[in-house]
Design a protein around this ligand. Structure first.
Ligand code: APR
Length: 268
């Protein structure tokens, strides 16, 4: 089943990644103690920090948290798993699509094309006008980094974080927990269209905690597609993969799982 897909020019392959693929680049999931953030005397969990509600009340604190996270993982490099995904795009060309939940930008830095990479939770290296004046993405000014954990935003920092078009404030280009997917910024409809035409879905390094990845996996399963789940531990996608026609669960690190797939592709 699996091999037939690699060599069939009419078959489409989609890779869906989560934080696990960046773990091997040393990027923490921020779910551990280092992810907590103190505002005043209260300690906040990442799921509380990464919200529009928190940004509305404490915009500077939310920016400080993101900029500190960027400093922590700013020098992270793409790892072997990212490079294997680039090789897959080169092998399968327009039969290939990458959907990632990661906001670290490592897939693009590894060499995947922006046109075939759907960053469905955004990209922390970009910001948007809080008034959405032009509905544009602006690159984050890198001169604002590095940051210490409790470094206040100076007036020049706030100038760097102002909208280049209208001068008002900006926000990180990230989908927050209290916000919804859309097509304009997060490719929602495009991702579902790709899912409806996917013959092989490779899910890698994700706990299945968010809705769009679940919609994608269920769509492929209902269309009798093949699902491969690569994860160091069982997760909600594991059973779907095993029950899919010709699917499998690779209980291993992403780098190992993608290299195993590349070997199968080259055996054809
Ligand atoms: N190789 C393979 N899988 C790994 C590895 C590895 N080296 N390291 C960790 N994992 C797996 C974990 O077992 C877990 O299932 O990666 C998954 C990471 O899960 P999460 O931290 O929940 O990340 P993710 O699934 O991407 O989260 C989805 O939720 O936190 C929000 O918006 C955020 O994009 C994120 C979304």
């Amino acid at each position: 089943m699996l091999q037939g897909i690699f060599s069939d020019p009419d078959k489409n392959i989609t890779v869906l990644t989560g934080a696990g693929i960046s773990a091997e680049s040393g990027i923490p999931t921020f779910r551990g103690p280092e992810g907590y953030w103190t505002v005043g005397s209260k300690e906040y969990h990442p799921q509380e920090m990464a919200t529009f509600a928190m940004f509305s009340q404490h915009p500077d604190e939310v920016w400080k948290w993101y900029l500190y996270r960027l400093s922590v993982c700013g020098d992270a490099k793409p790892n072997a798993a990212h490079l294997a995904v680039v090789e897959m795009e080169k092998l399968f060309q327009d039969r290939f699509t990458l959907v990632t939940q990661n906001v670290d930008g490592l897939h693009l830095r590894a060499g995947n094309s922006p046109e075939q990479t759907f960053q469905i939770h955004g990209n922390i290296f970009f910001m948007r006008c809080t008034n959405e004046c032009r509905q544009q993405l602006y690159p984050l000014p890198m001169e604002i980094l590095p940051r210490e954990k409790d470094q206040e935003l100076s007036d020049s920092d706030k100038q760097l974080l102002s909208c280049p078009d209208c001068g008002t404030g900006t926000r990180p280009h990230v989908l927050w927990f209290d916000e919804c997917y859309d097509e304009l910024y997060f490719k929602f409809e495009s991702a579902m269209t790709v899912a409806a035409n996917t013959d092989l879905l490779i899910i890698a390094g994700t706990s299945g905690a968010t809705t769009l990845p679940n919609h994608i996996a269920n769509m492929v399963f209902q269309n009798q597609g093949v699902i491969i789940d690569i994860n160091i531990e069982e997760n909600p996608f594991t059973e779907l993969a095993i029950r899919s026609l010709g699917g499998d669960f690779y209980q291993m690190a992403c780098s190992e799982g993608f290299n195993k797939l590349l070997r199968l592709i080259k055996e054809e």
